[in-house]
Each structure stands twice: as C-alpha cells, then as structure tokens.
Design a protein around this ligand. Structure first.
Ligand SMILES: *Cc1c(COP(=O)(O)O)cnc(C)c1O
Length: 428
C-alpha cells in the first residue's frame, strides 16, 4: 500500500494531537484521505515515510524558496547550535539580521523579530492602534493574517458592515472592531471610511492575496488604499508574510511600488525556522516598548538558531540578482504547460500568477476576490489533488491555497509536473 505507514502514523497522532496535526490544513480534511508523513526533504523533493518521493509545490507554505535543506542555512544552524540555543539576552546576530533585512526592504527604519507571522500581524495591529489612538481595523474577506482573534472574522449578514466571529472563542466585542471589505473593491473601503471617518486605525491587507489561491491586486487598488489611509489618518499595513522576500527582495512593496506604513514578515525571513517580523519608520516604531508604551515581547524572539537561519537565507537572496526572474520564469513555464493541457481538454479554468505564486481554479469566471474564488468544483479539485499526489506531485491540499515554487525545481522537474498534470486531467 502506497501510504501504509503514513496511515498508521496518522492514526497514532490522532490519539494524542487534535485531528492528528498541529495546523489544520495538514490533516487533508478538505481533500479527504490520509496526509503523508514526511521523513525528509532535499532540494525540490519530499520523501515520505513509505519511501515515496514527491516534487514539492508548497515549500513549507513558502519559506523554502531555495529548496529544502539548503546547505548554507543548514550549516549556519549547526554552527550556531554548538554555542547554545537560547539566552533571553541580546546577541550580535539580531542586529546583523535586522540590518540585512532593512537593507533589502524599502524605506523602513526599524524592524522587530517575533516567532510567527501571526504574532507579527497581531503586533502590527496593536502598534497601529497605539499610534493612532483608534480601535477599528479594515480587513479583506479571504485574506489571512494568522489566527489571532481580530483576524478570525467573517462577513456579517446583510447590510452590517462589521463582521461576526468565524470561530467560537472570538468575542463579539473583538468582532465589532474588525470591518470587512471585499478584496480588490475600493468602493467598499471608501464606504467604511465614510461611516467611521475617525475610528479606523489601520487597513491590513495581503498586497497579493495568497490564501484564497493567488489573487493579484487589480490596477489602482493598493494605490487607492494608500490614498484613503492618508486622507483619513489611518495606517496601511502590508501583510508580507507570504510575499516578503518572495516576490522581490523588497517584497510586494518593491515589486508594486507602494509604500506601506507597517509591513509584516514571516515564512521566508526565517529560512524554515519559526520567525516573524514587523517593520516601520522610526516615528511609528518608536511607540514600541521599551522605547514607547505599546507592549510587545517574546521569550524566544530573536532566537539565535532562527536568526542564523534567517540571516543565511537573506544573505543568499540578496546576493542572487537573477533569482526572482528565474523563479518567475519557472512558474511561467508551469503556467504555460498547464494551460496547454486545459485548453486541449476544454476544461473551464482560471490561472492566476504573480512571480513564483500561482493558483489554478476550475471555474470560467475571473477570480478576483473571495466570492469568485469560492464556487470552484470541490469534487473535481479533490480528484485532481489526489491524482497529482499519486503521480508524486505534492500540491497544496486545499483549493484556496497558492502554490509556491522554489529555486531547486529544474525545468525538467516542471516538465515532468506538466506531464503528470496531463495524465491526471485527461482522466477527468
Ligand atoms: C502564513 C501567513 C500568516 C501567518 O503566519 P504564521 O507563521 O502561520 O503564524 C499571516 N499572513 C499571511 C499572509 C500568511 O500567508
């Protein structure tokens, strides 16, 4: 049996971990079946506990942009581990990675490191509220900013502009301070500002949405958000947890030429270790404790192993001028291959792509926001996902996730993926 040992391990895991996993999407609930358990990974490949090999298109949901077990990162972690793994006392390494990150991302003066993207976004919102002395935020339906209470909000019914909790445990009090708008819809955002002109602390947005498939911003959307924030005295937070150091050295801010007031990072910045970060200009960042009175802290923040991995990662990205072009070309090769298969078979589809983020939706209408990302045929997606898995291609186990390409993927790997895609799609 192809997944025998994974199945056994999954059963065991379910006895001691809720749902058998430490993050829900890993349980394959939306696609059905048993998750594979990984033994190891190297370059573009994953190796499971049953001895199967896969080309990996999730890259740990983004961080492994250079491929798995990238030698300079592994070396840096090993070397650092010998000196002790945590102190709760400053290290020189923290200043080094901060300087390096600030050199790569545009126009920010200071950066603070935390342990996850969730923490980064949660802290960015607190900082924005502290600076503006306002309480409400605007978030976009289908954008993900981690699992902090303020972000687990869904659309309220009818004309209600503020949201309701999308998870038990999130209070109505929290929900009333999170206003919702459709992604790519400036008119809705304008209405929210007209309704609450002096109450909105910040807009938080994924500049390129990557948690409902890949959805690039339409022309003028981010610029419009920038203008509205300036007009109403609110702060613009770019959640670059996914796009930061992936779409360009300076993330979406650099690629799309829009300046945010606060930017949050995660994923790539940690080189595969648990790291998040948020950055801003001095006048904002100086509100943060101990400089200012907005509290934020972390026992393991700036952890030396994590900082060593992150620094090795950033230094490599910084030294590779062609990396982002190359990644985009590889992703385009995949897109062209997929398209030719789908066209021949006359299956309705949408492929959205920006740089090394790409997603496929089985629908004939353009996917520009959560509503349009939603109606895809789920049964079709599931048989597609499992078909690809059986071919040795590991795709995100949910129709709402972007693929993340890594630089270890060769053109041959991509052509092989397209061949597998063709044989899976031709069985539809
Ligand atoms: C992954 C992600 C987060 C959350 O990061 P974690 O490290 O999982 O807490 C936040 N925002 C975006 C855009 C993400 O993709």
């Amino acid at each position: 049996m192809r997944y025998q040992r994974s199945s056994a391990l999954f059963k065991e895991a379910q006895q001691v971990i809720p749902g058998g996993v430490n993050s829900p999407v890993r349980a394959f609930r939306s696609v059905g079946g048993t998750p594979i358990f990984v033994e190891k990974a190297k370059g573009a490949y994953l190796y499971d506990v049953d001895g199967n090999t896969y080309l990996d298109y999730i890259a740990s949901w983004g961080p492994m942009i250079l491929g798995h077990a990238y030698a300079p990162v592994i070396e840096a972690v090993k070397k650092r581990a010998d000196k002790g793994t945590s102190f709760g006392i400053p290290t020189e390494l923290e200043t080094e990675i901060a300087s390096w990150a600030l050199k790569m991302i545009p126009h920010m003066d200071k950066i603070r490191f935390v342990n996850s993207g969730t923490e980064a976004c949660m802290s960015a919102v607190r900082l924005a509220r502290g600076v503006t002395q306002r309480e409400k935020i605007i978030k976009f339906k289908g954008c993900y900013h981690g699992h902090s209470d303020a972000f687990l909000i869904q659309a309220g019914s009818g004309a209600v502009t503020f949201g309701s909790p999308s998870s038990p445990g999130v209070t109505k009090g929290t929900a009333k301070d999170t206003l919702l708008s459709a992604f790519n819809n400036l008119t809705e955002v304008e209405h929210l500002f007209k309704e609450y002109p002096e109450e909105i602390a910040a807009i938080i947005v994924e500049p390129v949405a990557g948690n409902m498939g890949c959805i690039p911003p339409v022309e003028g959307f981010l610029k419009g958000l920038r203008q509205l924030c300036d007009q109403y005295g609110s702060l613009l937070i770019f959640d670059e947890v996914m796009t930061g150091f992936r779409l360009a050295k300076g993330g979406a801010q650099e690629l799309l030429g829009i300046k945010a007031d606060i930017a949050t990072y995660g994923k790539v910045v940690g080189g595969g270790l648990p790291v998040g970060a948020f950055a801003a200009k001095n006048e904002i960042m100086n509100h943060l404790a101990p400089e200012g009175n907005v509290y934020q802290a972390g026992t393991l923040s700036g952890n030396p192993l994590a900082m060593a991995a992150g620094l090795a990662m950033l230094q490599t990205l910084d030294a590779e001028p062609d990396l982002y072009t190359r990644l985009a070309q590889k992703t385009e090769r995949l897109e062209v291959g997929f398209k030719s298969v789908l066209e021949k078979k006359a299956i309705p589809y949408q492929i959205n792509r920006l740089g090394s983020m790409i997603s496929l939706h089985f629908t004939d209408q353009p996917v520009i926001d959560f509503e349009t990302a939603a109606p895809g045929d789920n049964a079709q997606f599931n048989s597609y996902f499992h078909g690809m898995l059986n071919e040795g291609i590991y795709l995100p186990p949910s129709a709402f996730e972007s693929y993340f390409l890594n630089d270890a993927l060769s053109n041959e790997d991509i052509d092989k993926t397209v061949e597998s895609f063709s044989s899976v799609i031709n069985k539809f």
